[in-house]
Every structure is written in structure tokens, then in C-alpha cells.
Design a protein. Structure first.
Ligand code: GUN
Ligand code: ZN
Length: 312
């Protein structure tokens, strides 16, 4: 699920679909806060606002909560808003408790998250509802939360607050968090790894039982001049050759991208291509029974998460 920013979106949702996106994710809180977006979404619907007729998942503002410490909406209001604009998958206002906080803080924030998820389940309409699993880096809290939520009326189970682990390359801790959450869930429950968008880690996450990914990385990395590959990231300025055969990389060479005034857009488009190509490679590896070999290749790649295997 590519993240669509309703304020600034260089690659339009129609084109995202052509690149391979069957489903998008956007942020309902951004829409809620901006009068012109809000009015369009309330009168004509979210799908009209984004000009996309496939399924759209909406996040709640929890990420803003984790960055700014507060948001100007409560759980019931943002759930109602997501339903009113016709979101296909709604997300309650969970608290993304960061890694390594005290046990006391992890427990008390998880208790608030669980209350809000129960409240959301009571407000459920015809949209699907996600139940983010929190619990910081305490595996027993993650597992207990997952077990309680799996007995309730939810449709998708995102594993939350893992972005800080991925940003600091703490893949070993990420594995522990995913495994703990999976232990509490039914094997059939759809699991979403919140904020995971680098193709180099998809195979590992899929092998651990994750089904859905979302990320703004394709766009954020592009803004920074970063070129994604299934084995890691390069700064475009460091590349003499482009190891990719997507339409961008066959129409331009590295130097032309570096000098182009559309550098950001070209990189974003390439980043999306490699992201979807990796998804297809993983799906085919599953069919062939070779997923683990793919994971091993990705784990050994020099610019990726070599550390996972070494740390364990
Ligand atoms: N986006 C990235 N992480 C999270 C999370 O833990 N919860 C929500 N709602 N959105 C996120
Ligand atoms: Zn490319």
C-alpha cells in the first residue's frame, strides 16, 4: 500500500495503480484538519478526493501523536470521520509506544490503546477495522495484546511502532516483536507491518507471517536522492550505473537522473517499481517453495540487513 499524501502527491493515485498498487493508504487526520480536503471527502467521498476507485485504508493520526505528542481529535471522532468519508479499512487512534520505554509506560499506554480498540469495535460499521498491536519491545505484552484482539471483531492486525526499529537497523528486535505478535494471533489473521516500505526487508517480514506493508519511503527517499534496490539503498550521486530495468532506469542513466530537474519524481517512480517487483518476486518464491532462499540472499546483501543473522 503506497502512502498517498493528500496535500502533496507527485505520483498520482491513477499512476500508482498502473505501477502495481491494488490498494492505497492515506491519513484521515490530514484530511480532517484541512477544511478543503475535509469538505471534499465528506461530500464526495475519499475515493473521489484521491481519484482512486480501489480499496483505500486510512490511518488515524496516531503517527502524528507519536511525533507531536498530541492530536486535535479523539478516538471516536476519527473513527466516525473515517466511516463518513467511506474508508475501506479504518484505524483507531492507537498509541505507538516506542521501543525501550519502561515496562510501566508500555503497560499503561497499551491499556489506553486496548480501551480505544474496544471502543472502535463497538462503533464498527460496514468498513473493515484494523487493530494495531502495541507493547513496545516487551514480547509478552505484544503477545497478550494480540491474543485479546484476535478474539474480537477486527479484520486486519497491524504491528505498530516498529518504524524506530527499522530506522535504526534493529532487525533482530524487529523479528522478536513480529514473532511475539504472531504468537497471539490466529495464523489466518491478516497482518500488516506498519510503516515497512523498504523492499529489502519484505521477504523477511513475509517469512515471519506479515501480509501487508505500507510506506511513504518511496517518496521520502526520493526527496533525499536515495535510490532503492531489493538489496539496500544507494545515494543516486554514488551510482555510475543503474542496476534496474524499469522504464526510468532504461530511459535515463545515473548522471541524467542526478542532473534532472525531475530527479525526485524519477527516483520516486523507480523506488515504486522496485518495491512492486520485490513483491512479485516474493509471491513467486512462495509458489515455488523458495522463500527462505530469497530471505537468505537478502539478509546477506552488503547494503541491507546482514546484521539480522549475525546478531542472533
Ligand atoms: N504508522 C506507523 N506506525 C504506526 C502505529 O504504530 N500506529 C498507527 N496507527 N500508524 C502507524
Ligand atoms: Zn529503476
Amino acid at each position: 500500500m503506497p502512502v498517498v499524501n493528500p496535500n502533496i502527491q507527485t505520483i498520482k493515485p491513477r499512476e500508482l495503480r498502473e505501477l502495481g498498487a491494488g490498494i492505497l493508504i492515506t491519513n484521515s487526520y490530514i484530511i480532517y484538519r484541512k477544511p478543503e480536503l475535509r469538505e471534499h471527502a465528506l461530500s464526495k467521498g475519499l475515493h473521489s478526493l484521491l481519484d482512486f476507485d480501489g480499496p483505500i485504508m486510512t490511518d488515524s493520526g496516531s503517527f502524528q501523536l507519536s511525533v507531536y505528542g498530541e492530536v486535535e481529535v479523539n478516538n471516536a471522532q476519527i473513527i466516525q470521520f473515517q466511516k463518513d468519508i467511506g474508508s475501506d479499512i479504518c484505524v483507531p487512534l492507537d498509541i505507538p509506544t516506542p521501543p525501550d520505554v519502561s515496562r510501566q509506560r508500555a503497560e499503561s499506554e497499551l491499556a489506553v490503546t486496548m480501551e480505544r480498540l474496544e471502543e472502535a469495535a463497538g462503533l464498527k460499521g460496514s468498513s473493515l477495522l484494523a487493530a494495531p498491536i502495541q507493547g513496545s519491545t516487551y514480547p509478552d505484552l505484544r503477545e497478550d495484546a494480540a491474543r485479546k484482539l484476535s478474539g474480537m471483531d477486527f479484520d486486519v492486525y497491524p504491528i505498530g511502532a516498529v518504524v524506530p526499529l527499522m530506522e535504526s537497523y534493529r532487525y533482530s528486535d524487529l523479528v522478536d516483536v513480529i514473532v511475539a505478535s504472531k504468537k497471539g494471533l490466529s495464523p489466518a489473521a491478516p497482518v500488516h507491518l506498519f510503516g515497512a516500505g523498504h523492499p529489502m526487508m519484505f521477504s523477511l517480514a513475509v517469512a515471519l507471517g506479515c501480509d501487508l506493508f505500507d510506506s511513504a519511503s518511496y517518496a521520502l527517499y526520493a526527496k533525499d536522492g536515495r535510490y532503492m534496490t531489493s538489496r539496500g539503498t544507494h545515494h543516486i550521486e554514488d551510482l555510475q550505473y543503474l542496476p534496474c530495468s524499469c522504464p526510468v532506469c532504461t530511459s535515463y542513466d545515473a548522471n541524467e537522473i542526478i542532473k534532472s530537474e525531475n530527479r525526485e519524481e524519477l527516483l520516486a517512480r523507480h523506488n515504486l517499481y522496485v518495491t512492486f517487483a520485490e513483491m512479485r518476486e516474493i509471491k513467486q518464491a512462495i509458489r515455488e517453495g523458495s522463500l527462505w532462499e530469497l530471505v537468505e540472499q537478502r539478509c546477506r546483501a552488503p547494503r541491507s540487513f546482514t546484521l539480522v543473522l549475525n546478531q542472533r
